[in-house]
Design a protein around this ligand. Structure first.
Ligand code: ZN
Length: 433
């Protein structure tokens, strides 16, 4: 029996993954079937709280090899590959509703809870991770799968909750999340930074641990939420070892999640037209720029291979990544991945591959006249003229520009990355400086 919740968090406190630990505690007589799911949905939805994450668990009577995947307070949590028996759906809804009512934020969110005896069609997840879907669509999928719901406020969280259950992990990663004792919520987190700096090297399958550019750990939230830290990676056993290597305050609970983080599943690769609030893979030629606008954002104009013209931007928070976009020249071929913003209509570059570099020249000097003197500029775009003999020339003396960018992939620093963006570390390509 699947239990899923979404939109229970707010910018200033509660977090949706914490509900999973409370849900596990609320069903002590049932086992977990598979790992809890942490599913990120379309990062471009305008009303997301922090990361647009939904969570789900599947409970029943476990059969087979039970693996330790967490500790919820005093309880050792094991995940089983199969089940032999399931709890009563109405009773599960009633008990899970109490958990959501106790913990969900009501002021800034629209929590949704769904209980499903089977998974909705996968298309629900596909649509929820790439586009914006209506609550009615999600409700229909829940009804078709024989499920039931509970909601607070407008219950928009039902969309994410149902979609999290509909996810079939193809490409997947894992995250181990640790939670603080209640008395410490809102206080400074006691955790040694030294070991966090070593995570990438010591546990090579982990990613997005530390941001050297801002010299800050990326595994620790900045809010007063119950999370102590979360480590992401490709190997669940290695995540547990990484967790055990960190020196920190005592954890109240820890929990492994299977996730779609770092998979690029929000990217639409086959497209004809670009629509706002979705994310795309756009290959094409730089036809304009780059130029920098107020606020420090760097833009380029691109003509995609299908003829669509657009502007793409590296926004200020992407820090040093902007320098890479600033190094592009007209005629370069690139692949840019990112969200088309509704407010500006630009593509917000979250990752880019330089496919080819065009010959580029820079001005070396004004033209030299046949009389031996340097010509002077007549005015912007009007060429040059010799003041002695009146000879004119259209172009300055140029030389090939030494390009400061090479072919290959580029991504923003750790702190500016999206949860869903596939890090270059996972793609097996080097991060170029
Ligand atoms: Zn002259």
């Amino acid at each position: 029996m699947f239990i899923a919740v979404d939109d229970t968090d707010s910018p200033d406190g509660m977090c949706t993954t914490f509900l999973v630990v409370e849900l596990i505690k609320a069903f002590p007589e049932w086992d977990l079937i598979g790992m809890p799911r942490l599913v990120r949905l379309n990062p471009a939805v305008p009303w997301k709280t922090r990361g647009n994450a939904a969570v789900a668990i599947n409970i029943g009577r476990g059969v087979g090899d039970g693996r330790l995947i967490g500790e919820a307070g005093d309880r050792l949590v094991r995940a089983y590959p199969r089940l032999s028996d399931e709890p009563d759906q109405a009773e599960v809804l009633e008990r899970a509703t109490k958990v959501v009512e106790k913990w969900a934020e009501r002021d800034h969110s629209d929590p949704g809870l769904v209980v499903l005896p089977r998974q909705p069609d996968e298309s629900l997840y596909r649509r929820a991770v790439t586009t914006i879907i209506e609550k009615e669509d999600a409700l229909r999928a829940v009804r078709e799968a024989g499920g039931s719901c509970f909601q607070i406020n407008n219950g928009r969280g039902i969309i994410g909750a149902a979609s999290a259950v509909a996810w079939r992990p193809g490409d997947r990663t894992y995250e181990v999340l640790t939670y603080r004792h209640r008395g410490r919520w809102g206080t400074a987190r006691d955790i040694s930074e030294k070991e966090i700096r070593q995570l990438d090297a010591r546990y090579p399958s982990t990613f997005n641990n530390f941001d050297p550019e801002v010299d800050r750990p990326a595994i620790i939230p900045h809010t007063a939420c119950p999370i102590l830290y979360g480590i992401r990676g490709d190997s669940a056993p290695e995540l547990v070892m990484a967790m055990l290597s960190l020196v920190s305050e005592e954890k109240e609970s820890w929990q492994l999640f299977i996730t779609n983080q770092g998979t690029d599943e929000h990217i639409i690769r086959d497209w004809e037209t670009l629509a706002p609030n979705s994310s795309y893979d756009v290959a094409g030629e730089v036809i304009k720029g780059p130029w920098t606008v107020r606020g420090g954002h760097v833009l380029v104009g691109i003509r995609a291979d299908n003829g669509t013209e657009l502007e793409a931007a590296a926004y200020e928070p992407s820090k040093s990544f902007r320098q890479k976009v600033r190094s592009l020249r007209k005629g370069d071929r690139i692949r840019a991945l990112g969200e088309v913003r509704e407010d500006r209509g630009t593509l917000n570059i979250e990752k880019m591959e330089v496919l080819s570099l065009a010959p580029s020249t820079v001005k070396r000097s004004n033209p030299v006249c046949r009389c031996g003197r340097h010509m002077k500029s007549v005015g912007a775009g009007q060429g040059y003229r010799c003041r002695e003999c009146g000879t004119r020339a259209a172009e300055a003396v140029t030389e090939p520009e030494e390009r400061t960018i090479s072919l290959g992939w580029y991504e923003p620093p750790v702190c500016a990355r999206r949860h869903l963006s596939k890090p270059l570390k996972r793609m097996g390509v080097p991060h170029r400086q």
